[in-house]
Design a protein around this ligand. Structure first.
Ligand SMILES: Cc1cc2nc3c(=O)[nH]c(=O)nc-3n(C[C@H](O)[C@H](O)[C@H](O)COP(=O)(O)OP(=O)(O)OC[C@H]3O[C@@H](n4cnc5c(N)ncnc54)[C@H](O)[C@@H]3O)c2cc1C
Length: 600
């Protein structure tokens, strides 16, 4: 066991040596910050995550919230952690000073939040959802809604939820049935049921503000008829005081594989009492508003998956250094002492894979957060537009790649522990269970694959793809050492093949049924994801190779050598696995498409 959540040396390498986060302080929005303030806030997050979140991570997993006598009973440490996070200003961390925020870049806030998820994803869920719900009100709510709810959400007095899913409408939000009828007083009366709503009931905050998707009576069918409503658990008067109980109630708690600390709720609206909802923005624009926030949420899911992967890697690395077992194949004497398992090449394989997945995933998500910063704050308008397009294209990858590979990293962490990994005495099985949610929520990875190949690649005449290639080219050309140049060559060749197969799929999409072309969308997601993460590893390798020459201590040299070896692992062991995807995609393999339900 180790209390390291994310290796600070790695984080500072990624933030400052790869991403040049320090340059953000030249932008007007961040000009009161410095590298010192960024580091101080990261230090606070790391410490608070270790002191207030990590200690009860296992406890909330074993002693999960329970629905007793009409209320949710939770461990008191969850509220203490939530309150500490709010008091430190993290809920409003990225927002304007005028809202009580710290005007921190997304890149820095993402890094901070990484510590909380790595420490305790269940407890971290409550403040993260509150930030997301508050953001919807901040951007799309009217002045009265902002005044009524925002200050209390940002201070942590009220929490927030995102209530989209219904029993018959999960991946297919077009099928939402919850209804909204205009009442004489101007508010709407909401009626319906939602399922899997995280944080939908809890005993942490005075009020819960649900952001609910519902259909106004008479609205058109499908996604064009969905509106967004604020539905508070308690109504709030003009002074900001909570008054009467609103008609949203807990129908039941859902018991899960992992993420047990966050309540998962079935909610009913308007069953026992009238349920007031307040329309946000224009009618029928609700899904559009939600989707505008989706990039943020999806980068958040990818980040969570990468850092839970990272946490398992840290645990298994510490265990592998300590656990003595067996001898090298070349050691013939049974009396020779046993060696730490990290000395076995096969254990190093599993550690290297975890390092490649979690540090590669972290690099990808930090890059995504940086694109958000550039989209909103780059001084050059053209660059702002380009960052938005790149982020749009990469969002399915940023969500799906870490959420596929984070749980794989956790699976390997269990294997490194051997039998101990399979027991509940050690922390890695919980990491895997927690992380297993990430390929499912915020749009399953199957849906991300359809979004990438069915939509994002072709958007705006594939301008996003062209931008991506231009950005990659810069790093391909920046490779200077023999090793980096070799990797750049592999990446460049795979990129060319990816572009070729993309063009041929594009032609097929125009002439053939989309069912046939999109049948192998998941292979495309894997191919594209591996190409992008190879690029992330090349960027890290270029930076490490450059700094290695001037590194002035053993620990620094070891750090950079480790980066280069993990890059080598990715280029030798991972990138070649896309050959299989390329074959299936080139042939538009029809195995899955043509399998019939009756043949199973
Ligand atoms: C722990 C947890 C927390 C959650 N938190 C929230 C929350 O806070 N708020 C909220 O609104 N929702 C939440 N959800 C719901 C979550 O977003 C949905 O579970 C998810 O979108 C999938 O929907 P579903 O469960 O109905 O699965 P389904 O949509 O039934 O999908 C089942 C399978 O079919 C596949 N599939 C479905 N449609 C297609 C298609 N068109 N093409 C190809 N494959 C398809 C899916 O990829 C999946 O593999 C949460 C879920 C969980 C488990």
């Amino acid at each position: 066991m180790t209390d390291t959540l994310i290796e600070r040396r790695d984080l500072s390498f990624q933030l400052y040596e790869v991403l040049d986060t320090e340059s953000l302080i030249q932008r007007e929005r961040f000009n009161e910050h410095s590298r010192d303030t960024f580091d101080a806030v990261i230090e606070t997050a790391d410490r608070m995550a270790r002191d207030k979140f990590a200690p009860h991570n296992s406890a909330v997993d074993k002693d999960e919230p329970a629905f007793i006598d009409g209320a949710v009973k939770m461990r008191p440490e969850v509220k203490e952690a939530f309150d500490a996070y709010a008091a430190a200003g993290f809920i409003a961390g990225r927002y304007d000073y005028s809202l009580g925020g710290m005007q921190l870049p997304e890149t820095v806030m993402a890094a901070c939040n990484g510590f909380f998820t790595a420490a305790n994803p269940g407890t971290a869920g409550y403040p993260f959802l509150t930030t997301a719900a508050a953001n919807l009100i901040r951007v799309f709510g009217n002045e009265q809604q902002q005044n009524t709810f925002l200050p209390h959400m940002l201070s942590g007095r009220f929490a927030g939820t995102m209530a989209l899913t219904e029993p018959q409408a999960g991946s297919s939000l077009a099928d939402i049935r919850t209804s909204a009828a205009l009442a004489d007083e101007g508010h709407y009366l909401i009626k319906g049921a939602k399922i899997y709503i995280s944080g939908g009931e809890q005993s942490i905050t005075e009020n819960i503000v649900h952001m609910v998707l519902a259909r106004i009576k008479g609205a058109p069918a499908g996604v064009r008829g969905i509106s967004l409503f604020i539905v508070p658990k308690f109504l709030v008067n003009e002074e900001g005081n909570t008054t009467a109980r609103n008609g949203v109630s807990l129908a039941g708690l859902i018991h899960k594989l992992g993420y047990r600390g966050t309540t998962s709720t079935a909610l009913s609206f308007g069953d026992d009492a009238p349920c007031h909802g307040y329309l946000v923005g224009e009618p029928h624009q609700g899904l559009k508003y939600m989707f505008q926030m989706m990039n943020e949420a999806r980068v958040g899911v990818g980040f969570g998956a990468a850092v839970i992967g990272y946490r398992g890697y840290m645990h298994s690395l510490a265990y592998a250094r300590d656990r003595q077992q067996g001898r090298r194949p070349s050691e013939k004497s049974p009396e020779a002492p046993q060696i730490p398992i990290i000395e076995h090449a096969d254990v190093r394989r599993m550690l290297l894979a975890q390092k490649a997945y979690s540090e590669g995933g972290l690099a990808l998500c930090l890059y995504g957060a940086r694109l958000m910063d550039d989209q909103h704050t780059h001084p050059d308008e053209q660059k702002r537009l380009e960052a938005g397009k790149l982020l749009d294209l990469l969002t399915p990858i940023i969500k799906a790649w870490p959420s596929e590979h984070g749980p794989k990293a956790n699976d390997l962490a269990i294997q490194v522990y051997g039998g101990a990994g399979y027991t509940r005495e050690y922390p890695v099985e919980q990491c895997w269970r927690d992380n297993r949610l990430n390929p499912i929520h915020e749009g399953t990875n199957g849906i991300q694959a359809l979004d990438l190949l069915g939509r994002k690649i072709w958007q705006d005449q594939s301008h996003g793809l062209q931008l991506l290639m231009q950005h990659m080219q810069v790093d391909l050309e920046a490779a200077t050492t023999d090793r980096c140049q070799q990797w750049a060559l592999s990446l460049s060749e795979t990129l060319q093949q990816t572009v070729k197969v993309t063009q041929s799929l594009g032609k097929s999409l125009m002439s053939e049924s989309p069912d046939k072309v999109l049948a192998n969308a998941f292979c495309y997601l894997h191919l594209f994801g591996h190409v992008v993460v190879s690029w992330m590893w090349l960027r890290q390798a270029n930076a490490a190779a450059q700094s290695l020459a001037s590194a002035n201590s053993d620990s620094e040299r070891n750090f950079y050598q480790g980066k280069l070896q993990a890059a080598q692992y990715f280029f030798h062991w991972e990138l070649p696995t896309v050959a299989q995807d390329l074959v299936l995609l080139r042939n538009m393999d029809d195995t899955c498409l043509n399998m019939k339900a009756e043949w199973f």
